[in-house]
Design a protein around this ligand. Structure first.
Ligand code: HPA
Length: 278
């Protein structure tokens, strides 16, 4: 049987990245840095930076606040790879392309995936700059595993009873307490975007269990779980929820990036300390 072209594309990207990083240690953790959160990438030591445009079969990030670099290096003393910027469904990329980097990182040998994003507050008590540990998610988009199954990557029907690793969550709660960094723990809800939520939509997401709302992350987590990776996720709240039609607050993507950038240092401390325990 001919090789699945999707697997060939993944293999091409993996081989190119391996040719650049040479015989370095296998990365343990893959990190996806969301809107405005790319700063963590600058703190990776012994960095090798590969622009997405050089990687075969990688898309380019067109979203604001996404730098478009794949980085190999060390964080918390461990070998890591990081994506400064991700691909979104709303950019017009099919789910296979949106999630390709996750399978590439899995093939590079990561065992853990850390995902981050900028998100709006659906819990009315969340404020701009707050951090939220993602404990679960709601998916209001096509599932990235629809279509012929990637048998090489995992089962047709992956279990999703604990998509976000409970041990990693309890470790980070301890680290956050030690560092005096306040964190919420909640449910991330993903819609396609690119529109922000109307007040009625936000009230709906809240009623069905969302604490934060965004346009990313969930496809990557689903694919990571299919590959058997252990996942940790964090949202940075960049705007408060707008639950009525009279508030003067407008959602603005430039402001999202500014607010995420301000919170990135705290998130970086938590990621680095958690990685150091792995
Ligand atoms: N909604 C959806 N996505 C977002 C938001 C929001 O309010 N803020 C940042 N990303």
């Amino acid at each position: 049987m001919p090789m699945d072209t999707r697997v060939e594309k993944i293999t091409r990207a993996v081989e190119y990245i391996k040719s650049i990083i040479g015989g370095k240690e296998t990365p343990l953790v893959g990190i996806v840095l969301g809107s405005g959160l790319g700063k963590l990438g600058e703190l990776i030591e012994e960095r090798i930076v590969i622009p997405y445009k050089d990687i075969p079969e990688f898309a380019v990030s067109t979203a604001v606040g996404h730098k478009g670099n794949f980085i190999y290096g060390r964080l918390g003393g461990k070998p890591v790879v990081a994506m400064q910027g991700r691909f979104h469904f709303y950019e017009g990329y099919p789910m296979d392309v949106v999630t390709r980097p996750i399978r590439v990182m899995a093939r590079l040998g990561i065992q853990y995936l850390f995902v981050s994003n900028a998100a709006g507050g659906a819990d009315p008590d969340y404020n701009v700059g707050d951090l939220m540990i993602i404990k679960d998610h709601l998916n209001f988009r096509p599932n990235p595993l629809i279509g012929p199954n990637f048998e090489d990557f995992g089962p047709r029907f992956p279990d999703m009873t604990a998509p976000y690793d409970l041990e990693l969550i309890s470790k980070i709660e301890k680290i956050a307490a030690e560092e005096g960094i306040a964190v919420h723990k909640g449910v991330y809800s993903a819609s396609t975007g690119p529109t922000y939520e109307t007040p009625a939509e936000l009230r709906y997401y809240r009623q069905v269990g969302a604490d934060a709302v965004g346009m990313s992350t969930v496809p990557e987590v689903i694919v990571a779980r299919q590959c058997g990776l252990r996942v940790f996720g964090m949202s940075v709240i960049t705007n408060k929820g707008n639950f009525d039609n009279v508030s003067k607050v407008l959602n603005d993507s430039d402001d999202v990036v500014v607010q995420a950038d301000k919170a990135a240092d705290r998130m970086t401390v938590l990621f680095r300390k958690l990685i150091a325990t792995l």
